[in-house]
Every structure is written in structure tokens, then in C-alpha cells.
Design a binder for this molecule. Structure first.
Ligand code: IDP
Ligand code: MG
Length: 139
């Protein structure tokens, strides 16, 4: 079922570089409403669970290290067709392949440190949102 919601994280590199404001501005200007949002830091166990689907990939250790090294901004966003439209807004996983004007093209350094997460399905958007937020923190 389409929920019109997606889940995002502004990853540690984006926060370290001071890009929170610019990225949130772009998200708002693209028509997404913020349903929930917080500055938080994932533990190793959190990152291993969140990215469990990638646990057999060669970059898994590097990914967990990166995602836990500093605070992130976690948020749930609402818009018609949210999952697909947000993936379009962030661009390809590798910023070298990302379209002009996308968040990853503008703010990501590499395929590993790529500034922002976006859910890849409605089902995962719901799972990932619930991983970070309780119902009482969603508006
Ligand atoms: P996505 O974030 O665009 O959905 P996924 O393939 O789901 O991309 O990978 C999850 C995250 O793992 C990426 O956003 C990136 O941070 C990291 N990652 C993916 N591929 C590589 C790689 O080849 N080397 C290092 N890190 C990677
Ligand atoms: Mg993914």
C-alpha cells in the first residue's frame, strides 16, 4: 500500500560539513512535509541492524563505521509518491553518476560517503521510520 511517506537520514558527512540547512531547504522546496525529525547518533548495533540487508557486502564494515562516526539527522517525509520522488531528488548512489542538481551531486563526496539516505520502497520506508521514531513523535 502506498503510504506517501519516506524515510531519510542526512548522513555523518553531510552533518560534519554543515550541510543540514541547505539539504533541508532543498527537501522543503521540493514539496516534502516533515512528519518527524531529530539529530541522533546510531550505535554499531543500530547501524548493523539498519543495514542488515548489506551484511554480506564487502563494504559493510566501512558502511557501519561511517554511519556511526557522528550525528545524523533522521526524518520522515510526506508527499504524494514520496519514495520514488525522494530517490529522484537525492540521485544515484554514486555521486559521479548522480544527475545535476540532485542532493548527492551537490553534497556527496563518493559512493561510500554519499550525504543522504532515502528508502527504496514503501515497505522499507515504514520499517525504517519505525526504527527511529515512536508514533508519538510523528506529526
Ligand atoms: P542507496 O543508499 O542508494 O539505496 P545502497 O546500494 O542501498 O544505496 O547502499 C547503501 C549505502 O551503502 C550507500 O548509500 C552507501 O553509503 C554505501 N555503499 C553502497 N555501495 C558502496 C560501495 O561500493 N562502497 C562503499 N559504500 C557503499
Ligand atoms: Mg538502499
Amino acid at each position: 500500500m502506498a503510504t506517501n511517506r519516506t524515510f531519510t537520514m542526512l548522513k555523518p558527512d553531510a552533518v560534519e560539513k554543515g550541510h543540514i540547512g541547505a539539504i533541508l531547504e532543498k527537501i522543503s522546496a521540493s514539496g516534502f512535509r516533515i512528519v518527524a525529525m531529530k539529530l541522533t547518533q546510531m550505535t554499531k548495533a543500530d547501524a548493523e541492524e539498519f543495514y542488515a540487508i548489506h551484511s554480506e557486502r564487502p563494504f559493510f564494515g566501512e558502511l557501519v563505521e561511517y554511519m556511526t562516526r557522528g550525528p545524523i539527522v533522521a526524518a520522515i517525509l510526506e508527499k504524494e509518491n514520496a519514495v520514488e520522488d525522494f530517490r529522484t531528488l537525492i540521485g544515484a548512489t554514486n555521486p559521479a553518476d548522480a544527475a545535476e542538481g540532485t542532493i548527492r551531486k551537490l553534497y556527496a563526496a563518493s559512493i561510500g560517503e554519499n550525504a543522504v539516505h532515502g528508502s527504496d520502497s514503501d515497505e522499507n520506508a515504514a520499517i525504517e521510520g519505525a526504527f527511529h521514531f515512536a508514533g508519538r513523535d510523528m506529526f
